[in-house]
Design a binder for this molecule. Structure first.
Ligand code: CA
Length: 109
């Protein structure tokens, strides 16, 4: 499964350009621009599984760091601050990782 099965390459490229500068990543803006926030729960879960590289059922902080590279191999790595604030916004139950339902909620909220 590739994220491009769900999202268009052009929309992904626009979303990546918006957060090219260091520390400019905003997950809400990214989900909006890449088109993910308009997708169905099932499609969002497909993207979740693409980001959950080790198939643990959760996106951990070390996977979140490479979030942008799941969309395009040449994209940058998120900074520690960006990774932490992304996790803080999405991790509703405070277990330090993102579950599929937390991810869907974050994308659609
Ligand atoms: Ca994982």
């Amino acid at each position: 499964m590739e994220v491009t099965d769900v999202l268009s390459v052009a929309d992904i490229s626009t979303a990546l350009k918006e957060c090219q500068a260091n520390n400019s990543f905003n997950c809400k803006k990214f989900f909006m621009t890449c088109g993910l926030s308009k997708k169905s729960t099932e499609e969002i879960k497909k993207v979740f599984r693409a980001i959950d590289d080790d198939d643990s059922g959760f996106i951990e902080e070390d996977e979140l760091k490479f979030f942008l590279q799941r969309f395009s191999a040449g994209a940058r790595v998120l900074s520690d601050n960006e990774t932490r604030s992304f996790m803080d916004i999405g991790d509703k139950d405070g277990d330090g990782k993102l579950g599929a339902d937390e991810f869907v909620h974050l994308v659609l909220s």
